[in-house]
Ligand binder design. Structure first.
Ligand SMILES: [Zn+2]
Ligand SMILES: [Zn+2]
Length: 264
């Protein structure tokens, strides 16, 4: 993720990751909302660093809730009322980069408003949707066909990193990166699917296994649990490997894993 953020930032001359503040704001709509943002503190030496020793004062380096403008859906966008947004390890990278955009890049929510340009795209106000966190790309170039971060226009923005993300009451989303959620998926727990879930799916899918084959999932954490569920749904037999007994003690996951192996 770090490299991707840097590439996107470099590609857009308006962004300067070295400045520690590379936030582009969406057009403000009516009203305000609460949003979770990192409040960095510059050290006396002029370089902000995360102090892992916990010996330096930490009280001002924290996520704060700010009152900010509700964004307005631009062309191709929905305004979404966020129903769930989940924490991902990559959020820590955004914090370490001292990004001050609203955090969060895993989200799900209800369409609150639609720009007139997307009224014929198969969605309606009130639809429960999940979505990816990249906006502003062209969705048509060769790079976009692989991953929107590679869009040749250089206009792509990463929500939660280079522009406001989903730890807020509302967010804007490009319709091309949104999908309606089926009733079988609880919107309140759907958000991890749109980062961790997709990552895990591609890992399982790229293994090109046949039905009934065994698959080893290395690490039974957040992504490993997603990969396990996906692999089971694809009719593979799953072995979970983990050095952490608590994670490989699968009383909670016994329905998911075929068997588990820990380091001890
Ligand atoms: Zn993530
Ligand atoms: Zn593109």
């Amino acid at each position: 993720m770090t490299a991707s953020v840097t590439e996107a930032a470099k590609a857009n001359s308006e962004l300067d990751p070295a400045a520690g503040k590379i936030t582009l704001k969406a057009t403000a709509g009516k009203g305000t909302m609460r949003a979770g943002q990192w409040d960095p503190v510059r050290s006396p030496y002029g370089v902000a660093k995360i102090d892992r020793s916990h010996t330096a004062p930490q009280e001002q380096k924290k996520v704060v809730i700010r009152e900010v403008s509700v964004p307005e859906a631009g062309p191709g966008q929905f305004l979404v009322k966020i129903a769930s947004a989940s924490l991902c390890h990559s959020d820590i990278l955004s914090i370490e980069a001292n990004n001050t955009a609203t955090l969060g890049h895993e989200g799900a929510g209800y369409i609150e408003k639609m720009h007139s340009s997307v009224e014929d795209k198969g969605f309606k106000v009130g639809d429960p949707i999940g979505f990816l966190y990249i906006i502003g790309c062209c969705f048509e170039c060769e790079g976009c066909m692989i991953h929107n971060i590679h869009c040749v226009t250089g206009k792509q923005l990463l929500q939660g990193f280079t522009t406001d993300g989903f730890f807020a009451e509302y967010a804007v989303v490009d319709y091309q990166n949104a999908m309606k959620l089926p009733e079988s998926i609880d919107i309140k727990t759907a958000s991890p699917i749109f980062c961790a879930g997709i990552t895990a799916f591609h890992a399982v899918d790229n293994a090109e296994l046949e039905e009934g084959d065994w698959m080893a999932v290395v690490g039974a954490g957040g992504l490993g649990q997603q990969a396990t569920q996906i692999a089971k749904a694809m009719s593979f037999k799953v072995v979970a490997l983990d050095v952490n007994d608590e994670e490989s003690n699968l009383s909670n996951y016994s329905l998911w894993f075929q068997t588990t192996v820990s380091s001890t």
